[in-house]
Design a protein around this ligand. Structure first.
Ligand code: 5GP
Ligand code: MG
Length: 185
């Protein structure tokens, strides 16, 4: 397999441009500043997908904050959240702290719902959730993020941290792959 071509060539359709993402990140930064700017929050990025979004977001936040990461995946396909497998747990102590979970995309809602429970269980004073993208049509649990950047249709997207088979995270915009690429996996 040749890997020397640009990942841009694999994109069939752009769902969110760099400018649209920048505007959304700026708006979210304003909302967070308003709500948690005086709370010295801990921002927790949900790996791996949120690394680009978190990096851009925190550079727009001009108040004291700390950064941590978690890696978790939800399992089970029912209409209720079945469970959460945590691959990388918090390294900071969140007891009594205000936490903002930062994720790339809200899909079924199971992962973030589970993470909110987990962080709440660790004694956080408050837990908010911030997602760059939201696919409301895909929700299987009763969960909404407190801060949402861009609502998108029910499509599998890549770029700006989001992958397909670990690739395309480095695209600076969000797009949909050419259909034959999804089928080849
Ligand atoms: P949820 O628990 O909300 O169903 O899952 C959210 C996670 O699934 C996201 O953090 C992301 O890692 C992954 N995911 C959901 N939709 C997409 C998508 O369209 N593209 C990619 N690359 N990952 C997705
Ligand atoms: Mg994710």
């Amino acid at each position: 397999m040749t890997t020397t071509h640009s990942p841009r060539e694999d994109i069939a359709e752009v769902i969110a441009t760099e400018a649209e993402i920048r505007d959304a990140v700026e708006r979210l930064a304003g909302e967070l500043t308003e709500d948690v700017g005086e709370l010295s929050p801990i921002l927790v990025g949900v790996l791996n997908g949120a690394f680009v979004f978190l990096a851009d977001l925190v550079r727009r936040l001009d108040f004291p904050l700390e950064i941590d990461f978690m890696n978790a995946s939800s399992y089970g396909e029912g209409t209720v959240s079945e469970g959460l497998e945590i691959q990388t747990d918090l390294s900071l102590d969140v007891e009594g702290r205000h936490v903002v979970l930062v994720d790339d995309i809200l899909d079924t809602g199971q992962t973030l719902q589970g993470l909110v429970r987990h962080v709440t269980g660790r004694g956080a004073a408050s837990v908010r959730t911030c997602c760059l993208l939201d696919k409301p049509a895909r929700r299987t649990v009763d969960f909404e993020a407190d801060y949402v950047g861009i609502e998108i249709p029910d499509r599998f997207v890549v770029g700006y941290g989001l992958d397909f088979a670990q690739r395309h995270r480095n695209l600076p915009f969000i797009g949909v792959l050419r259909p034959e690429l999804y089928q080849s996996q």
